[in-house]
Write a protein that binds this ligand. Structure first.
Ligand code: AMP
Length: 285
């Protein structure tokens, strides 16, 4: 596996693959890789001839007081995992080259980024869409794989690609979970043993909501009340948001009549964790 740090070297390599008709697949990550990231790389391997995994802890998507400075990193281990997996390129640019002192261009997707994580992390999605746009210009992928774990991010990037006519296919990948149901995340490393147990309530509350919907519940408030109770019971967790939304527009829903996104974010110890699922009422289209 080749590690590329320079933007121009990455662009030249991408250009020559494109000229040969080689399909390029990109998986953007912030590193400290886990099975979730590796599943995305595996999917990219199915869809492309050359798989590029980018590792870049993007400063512009972190707000003041967030965990940018302490975001976990282990480049050596990441490179080992990606080599083992048969990934072709790790692209790990330096922040100083990605953001030169006179940097001043940002991409904004307006409506989809207003609710949910956008409401509690102002500016976060502008950082995400801008860096992904940059990565697309540098790696020139034909296809790029994103996790449904960051559901709002996935639909936002899909929107950006459509709106700006970017010639990239965006592919979503289901959430990869630990055996006990916790959604894999680099931030799980912030959890101590007790917090790790508390964090299981996120997935448990999703499962409970799925059961409620399967049993015929359609009322938004009734579902959200059970979700909140499940999350808060036992303490040690602070809900940032728990909401039901239309999975395409991320608009509010009045009842769960078709496929509906249940999305949540919660603080457990030092970690802000997110999780989601699609609630699909039986017999819905
Ligand atoms: P991150 O390194 O956290 O920015 O994530 C990089 C990519 O991996 C994003 O597309 C995430 O949605 C995806 N990802 C992270 N965790 C998971 C997971 N548990 N399952 C599926 N995809 C994930």
């Amino acid at each position: 596996m080749r590690v590329i740090e320079s933007i121009s070297e990455m662009q030249q390599a991408a250009e020559s693959w494109r000229r040969e008709g080689t399909r390029i697949g990109l998986v953007p990550t912030m590193g400290y890789l886990h099975e979730g990231h590796l599943a995305l790389a595996k999917k990219a391997r199915e869809l492309a001839d050359i798989v590029v995994v980018s590792i870049f802890v993007n400063p512009t998507q972190f707000g003041p007081g967030e965990d940018f400075e302490r975001y976990p990193q282990d480049m050596e281990r990441d490179i080992g995992l990606l080599t083992e997996m048969g990934v072709d390129i790790t692209f790990a640019p330096r922040a100083s080259e990605m953001y030169t002192p006179d940097y001043q261009t940002y991409v904004e997707v307006r409506q989809l980024t207003q609710p949910l994580c956008g409401a509690s992390r102002p500016g976060h999605f502008i950082g995400v869409t801008s860096v992904v746009a940059k990565l697309f210009n540098i790696v020139k992928p034909h296809v790029s794989v994103f996790g449904e774990k960051d559901f709002q991010q996935l639909v936002t990037i899909q929107r950006m690609v459509d709106d700006l006519n970017m010639d990239v296919e965006v592919v979503g990948h289901p959430i990869v979970r630990e055996p006990d149901g916790l959604a894999m995340s680099s931030r799980n490393t912030y959890l101590n043993k007790q917090e790790r147990q508390t964090a299981l309530r996120l997935n448990r509350s999703l499962q409970q909501a799925e059961q409620q919907v399967a049993a015929g519940e359609r009322r938004v408030e009734a579902i959200l009340e059970s979700v909140r109770n499940c999350l808060e019971e036992g303490g040690g967790l602070r809900i940032d948001y728990a909401e039901l939304r239309n999975p395409v527009t991320l608009g509010e829903v009045s009842r769960v009549e078709g496929p509906t996104l249940l999305a949540m974010a919660a603080y457990v110890g030092k970690a802000r964790l997110i999780d989601n699922c699609l609630l699909i009422p039986p017999g819905s289209p």
